[in-house]
Write a protein that binds this ligand. Sequence first.
Ligand SMILES: NC(=O)c1ccc[n+]([C@@H]2O[C@H](COP(=O)([O-])OP(=O)(O)OC[C@H]3O[C@@H](n4cnc5c(N)ncnc54)[C@H](O)[C@@H]3O)[C@@H](O)[C@H]2O)c1
Length: 210
Amino acid sequence: MANKNISMAVIRRLPKYYRYLGDLLRKDIQRISSKELSDIIGFTASQIRQDLNNFGGFGQQGYGYNIEDLHTEIGKILGLDKSYSAVLIGAGNLGQAIANYAGFRNAGFEIKALFDANPKVIGLKIREFEILDSDFIEEYIKENNIDIGILCVPKNGAQQLADRLVNAGVKGIWNFAPLDLNVSKDVIVENVNLTESLFTLSYLMKEDLL
Ligand SMILES: NC(=O)c1ccc[n+]([C@@H]2O[C@H](COP(=O)([O-])OP(=O)(O)OC[C@H]3O[C@@H](n4cnc5c(N)ncnc54)[C@H](O)[C@@H]3O)[C@@H](O)[C@H]2O)c1
């Protein structure tokens, strides 16, 4: 059901639908109207209907949405019916925190190995992972059919590492380094910039906006 015409704004809302619907399922709630969904999610009911209509609707007049079906469908749209393997590069503060979080594996994203260039860090253990020498990134990716590279290195050197990940065959990069990476069109980069998020918080807290 992949549709290249879906706007990024809609795609960015889908994980939130998926999360809220998952919460409702765990509470054994079976159906919900767009109005009720709107009350808990915060998007308008018409926005919700419009978003879901992009993928064929799912709702029934007078019944609302079957939560389990909708959750499953959105999961498929997001590609969460598959599992993904990942390697993490840069086993510093942030990299270790990410490797320590079990939630990603539960969601189908399995970090298979951590790499670093610092000899003081190589060989240390984080959870079940021994931190490996980053000289062996390409070899590992090719041998283990890795889908995703997670970049947790400083800005300098991040592009070079991205090139190495791409050449070794990853199809996606989850980039925490604060720079916009140049990669070929068939590779997807998702940037996570915590500082930009903090700046947005700062803007919204400015007294003249409150
Ligand atoms: N820590 C945070 O909360 C945070 C927040 C926002 C953004 N970031 C970004 O995340 C990245 C990592 O931050 P951090 O605080 O974890 O830094 P850190 O210095 O603790 O860790 C970086 C790790 O990357 C390794 N490294 C550096 N160059 C490498 C290379 N070429 N190949 C392999 N390993 C290499 C280093 O040896 C180190 O272990 C930075 O780009 C930072 O701007 C971090």
